[in-house]
Design a protein around this ligand. Structure first.
Ligand SMILES: [Zn+2]
Length: 408
């Protein structure tokens, strides 16, 4: 296996073991069909330091016909994307004449509709046809193609060069990131900017939030790796801004240096990454040890509670919970069911570990004694919403940054 960014041979520093598809929730009668596994092993490239999966399942395993990810509709995420659009409008579009904004992986238009309603020329690029149709219904001009150098050239021919290319939680999914970078360089106006955000490697290492590692997240980026990906295409990082979404993300702004000043935030992050040791092999050895300690602690805690006759549920049948449940070997003997608001997941079982997913109405009938917060990145929202659970004596269990009860 070679680095997807620089071609250096990759060696894994750890494996989370055989893993099913993270979003492969299945009907109980299909449990005998739940046989596909891939090895979830991770590497940090010794040359460019891009953190990546060794193997990624083939796309037809991950994005089967009935898979359609619609942007999370929580208030917090809606607000986040409205603010993302505001950041683009105020910081990047001001003083531009008839600007053109392109968003890659624009989903149902959760961000771009705020650009559209300002009357700004825009185009969403969303490969999933039914999601693209939803975006068009939201008034967002959307094309349903995969983004690469060829489609970038077509877009430029039809619309002209882009002033801004945006992406949120998209780049980290694309194994062929070099093709995407080439397409961006082709489509971007000389003084244009690329702005994108993804879960941040430094946060994952700091919090041992290894559940960010699953099939769809082929990369976890750092400043160093973003530079390695886009530098060869003449794009420099000119600004960085940490985000609280997805348990800790980074928003990178890139452009050609001759057209932009580099913010001091970039130097600050460079220093912070060096201090954290994101370029050192020992950091990843320590991360592996932290994951193993977290796994042991979670099993110990759940085992003790079950041994004392306590009822434990899960909260949020997230894709990332698949890594935790399978890596730790946690099944229905420890977690009775997982409560989730997504109708398509209700009545199904978790991939690999076969824990039932039930609607929130089951969560309170009656409340369990404990609930493992798989959606820990939404902890504040959930704790506010589940006052009655806490008042009934229920407690949330987390494993990020450490295994333990959440003090409400
Ligand atoms: Zn590399």
């Amino acid at each position: 296996m070679e680095c997807r960014v620089c071609g250096e041979p990759l060696a894994p520093f750890m494996s989370f073991g055989p893993m099913p598809i993270a979003n492969g929730f299945l009907a109980p009668q299909d449990i005998p069909l739940d046989t596909y596994r891939f090895e979830l092993a991770t590497a940090s490239c010794k040359r460019c330091r891009t953190f990546q999966l060794i193997d990624q399942p083939p796309p037809d395993k991950m994005f089967h016909a009935n898979y359609a990810f619609f942007s999370q509709t929580s208030r917090v995420m809606q607000d986040h994307f409205e603010n993302f659009a505001l950041d683009i409008a105020q910081r990047l579009l001001a003083r531009r004449d008839d600007p053109f904004v392109v968003e890659l992986g624009s989903n149902d238009g959760i961000m771009l509709r705020h650009i559209a309603k300002r009357g700004v020329r825009h185009l969403g690029v969303e490969p999933s046809a039914n999601v693209a149709a939803a975006a068009r219904n939201n008034g967002v001009n959307t094309t349903s193609v995969f983004f690469d150098a060829e489609s970038a050239a077509n877009i430029r021919e039809q619309y002209g060069p882009a002033d801004v290319i945006a992406a949120a939680n998209v780049m980290c999914h694309i194994g062929s990131i070099r093709d995407v970078a080439a397409g961006i360089a082709l489509l971007l106006r000389d003084d244009g900017v690329l702005i994108f955000e993804d879960p941040y490697l430094g946060e994952v290492i700091a919090k041992t939030s290894y559940d960010q590692i699953y099939d769809e997240h082929v990369f976890l980026f750092s400043l160093e790796s973003v530079r390695a990906i886009f530098g060869p295409h003449g794009l420099s990082v000119i600004d960085v801004a940490p985000q609280t979404t997805h348990g800790g993300s980074m928003r990178y702004t890139l452009g050609k240096t001759e057209h932009h000043e580099v913010s001091s935030t970039v130097t600050e992050l460079e220093v912070a990454e060096s201090r954290q040791g994101l370029g050192d092999d020992q950091t990843y050895d320590r991360f592996r040890q932290s994951c193993e300690a977290s796994k042991a602690a979670l099993n110990r805690l759940l085992g003790e509670l079950r041994g004392a006759g306590k009822r434990i549920a899960g909260y949020g049948a997230t894709s990332k919970s698949t890594t935790v449940l399978n890596y730790c070997g946690i099944g229905p003997e420890l977690i009775e069911f997982i409560s989730d608001t997504t109708p398509i997941k209700q009545g199904k079982v978790t991939p690999g570990t076969h824990i039932s997913v039930k609607p929130p109405s089951c969560f309170s009938e009656p409340y369990p004694d404990f609930a493992v917060l798989f959606a820990w990145n939404h902890a504040a929202e959930i704790i506010a919403k589940e006052k009655a659970f806490l008042e009934s004596g229920g407690r949330f269990i987390t494993f990020v940054p450490e295994v333990g009860m959440i003090q409400a």
